[in-house]
Each structure stands twice: as C-alpha cells, then as structure tokens.
Design a protein around this ligand. Structure first.
Ligand SMILES: Nc1ncnc2c1ncn2[C@@H]1O[C@H](COP(=O)(O)OP(=O)(O)OP(=O)(O)O)[C@@H](O)[C@H]1O
Ligand code: SF4
Ligand SMILES: [Mg+2]
Length: 322
C-alpha cells in the first residue's frame, strides 16, 4: 500500500472576521482554527475530537475549501488545494467528499433518493445519463438499501437509512478522501454501530481515506487509526490510537477520556473533570489556551504557548509539563 499521505495539512489557519459593532470599532476576529498540521495515509482514518466549538467543523470545511482558509496549505495527493483556481478546485472536488451530521438537512426533501445520490455526478459532469443511472443502482446496493427505494423521498426513510443515502452520495464520484463530520451523532446508539461498520467496510473495499470528526471518544476509539485532540482551534495531542489510550499525556485529553466508560482506572485517577466552558475563540486565553481550566497550570502556562512536541515516538503533546 502506498505510504504517501493522501492528505497533508500544514499550519492551517481560518479566522472569521465579524461585522463591526459600530463604524469606528475594529472588526472582531474569531480564531476558529489557529495553526493545525496533520497528515493521513491512504486507507486510514484520522480522528479529530474535542468539545463543541473547538474548531472541528471549521477544520473539515477549510480542508475541503468550503470555507476559505486564512493561511496554510492543504495538499490532496500532492496538490495544494488552497492554491487552485475555482475551475481547478471544481475538478478536484470529485476526489474529496463530505458526510454531514444531519442527513435530513443536507438533502433536498423534494428529491428522490436516486436523484440525491446522482447529484454529484450531474454537478461534476461524470458519465452519461445511463452510466449515472447504473452507478446509482450500484451505490444503493453497496450501502445496504433496496433497489426500489431509489424512488422514495427523504422523509420516507429512517435516520440511519438517510445517512446511508448520504454515504452513497459521497461515494458516487469515486473519491479518495471523505470527511465524515459527526456522521453518527444524530443517530440512536444501535444505528450508530451499523453506520460505522458500513463506513469501515467501504473503507476496506475502496481504500478510502477518512477525516473523521466526533466529540465522542468511544466512537473515535472504535474507528480511528490516528487521533488529534483539539482545543480552541489548536491540536493539543496527536498520536496513534494505541498510544493515545495507553499513554495519554495532555490534561485536556485525560479529562475527555475520563468520561469514557471503557477507560482504565489509571487515566481516571490522573485526570480532573472538566470545569467551566470553552473560552471564546474571539479572545483566547494567553499562553496555554487550556490554562483557565487546567488543574495543573503553573506560572509559565499563563505566558508561554506550549509547542506541539514529540515526547514519545509518534506521540505529540502541547503541554509544558508533559
Ligand atoms: N462562519 C463563521 N463565522 C464566524 N464564526 C464561526 C463561523 N463558523 C464557525 N465559527 C466559530 O468558530 C468556532 C469553531 O466552530 P466549529 O463549528 O468549527 O466547532 P466544532 O468543533 O465543529 O463544534 P461542534 O462540536 O459544536 O460542531 C466556534 O466558536 C464558532 O462559533
Ligand atoms: S501547558 Fe500548563 S495549562 Fe496547559 S495543559 Fe499543560 S499544565 Fe495545563
Ligand atoms: Mg462541528
């Protein structure tokens, strides 16, 4: 298997400029994503985890250039998509797709399942109408729906079936890379497992590369090969699944893990539950952004932003005390 990364993200920043509260004020800036780097090898799943508002979806949308990054680079199979013209970007779209959390809101309620699945083929002008038709038939079976269901409308499906339609739509143009942004968070636990297993089966079958976003550590542990923990627009810990769950280092990751029922007693003992809310990304804390909630914070944490350092092989942590 090719070990070149399918996706390589370097120092990606996305800052949102808000409108001025009054004409003489400065426009407030949301530092949603503030210098994030990672790479994903072919056929692997890279997980992003963190609390609400930490910048997971902004990372997803920036990587696909569905929002414009402020700086940094995103190389998809060696091509920096941040440098592409609109036309070139359109061509690259067939190689990168997204599955959203809420399948219902990401589909037109007046369009049949078959047409929804066909839509990327039409937009990207892939195949003749007959080829598109055959591809839809193939995809419907591939995601575990029945052929006659292609003529039904979104409201005639269950939540899990709707997510299967979204999976089929994402697969339609035969992409290399798929972003899954909380793909099971809106589903019942029993259905979650079915969709996760479907995604994992398709990955094996088509060597798909996933960026998988979730706030649920148990889901992340189930599906991801590598994991990055995000806090206020930055990665605070990044490693492979085994090392994250065996050698967890960052106080924030420990706190997230302590809430997972399967986590071992050692992790639970060495962590403190998270108190308070995530501070505003418009005005992030000085030094280590986590210092306002960290039970270990020392003087240096208030002043100096900790760099992400490799403290064990393939295990990166941004904490002065790690
Ligand atoms: N278009 C935008 N304009 C201004 N601020 C934005 C925009 N999109 C996101 N933000 C802000 O950026 C921060 C990160 O948001 P993001 O949606 O990436 O978080 P998230 O980790 O995906 O959260 P959740 O788990 O709730 O989905 C939040 O503070 C959010 O309010
Ligand atoms: S750098 Fe300091 S405040 Fe930040 S996580 Fe480490 S100990 Fe806590
Ligand atoms: Mg999100």
């Amino acid at each position: 298997m090719n070990s070149q990364p399918v996706l390589k993200v370097e120092n990606l920043r996305t800052h949102f400029k808000l409108s001025k509260p009054h004409p003489f004020a400065e426009a407030p800036i949301v530092y949603a994503l503030d210098g994030v780097s990672f790479e994903i090898k072919r056929g692997k799943t890279f997980g992003l985890v963190g609390e609400s508002g930490c910048g997971k979806s902004t990372t997803a949308l920036s990587v696909l250039r569905l929002v414009e990054p402020t700086s940094g680079s995103v190389k998809l199979k060696g091509t920096d998509i941040c440098q592409l013209t609109r036309k070139e970007l359109r061509h690259s779209r067939r190689f990168m797709q997204i599955i959203f959390q809420d399948p219902y809101s990401s589909m037109n309620p007046r369009t049949t399942a078959g047409e929804i699945i066909r839509s990327p083929l039409k937009i990207l002008k892939i195949g003749t109408p007959q080829e598109q038709n055959d591809r839809v038939e193939e995809l419907i079976k591939l995601v575990g729906l029945r052929p006659e269901q292609r003529n039904l409308y979104p409201h005639q499906f269950s939540g899990g079936q709707r997510q299967r339609i979204c999976v089929a739509r994402a697969l339609a143009p035969n992409p290399d890379f798929i972003v899954c942004d909380e793909p099971v968070s809106a589903l019942d636990v029993a259905i979650q497992a079915q969709i996760l297993n479907l995604l994992m089966r398709l990955q094996r079958e088509f060597s798909l590369t996933y960026l998988f976003i979730s706030h649920d550590m148990a889901v992340i542990q189930h599906v991801c090969d590598h994991i990055a923990v995000m806090y206020l627009g930055k990665i605070v810990e990044k490693t492979n699944r085994r090392s994250l769950f065996l050698n967890v280092k960052h106080p924030y990751t420990k706190a997230l893990l302590s809430a997972v029922p399967t986590t071992d007693i050692k992790t639970k003992r060495s962590s403190a539950p998270l108190k308070g809310d995530v501070p505003s990304p418009m005005n992030p804390p000085s030094g280590c952004r986590f210092h306002t909630r960290c039970h270990l914070a020392e003087a240096c944490c208030f002043e100096e932003d900790p760099r992400l350092r490799e403290i064990l092989p393939d295990h990166w942590v941004a904490c002065h005390l790690a």
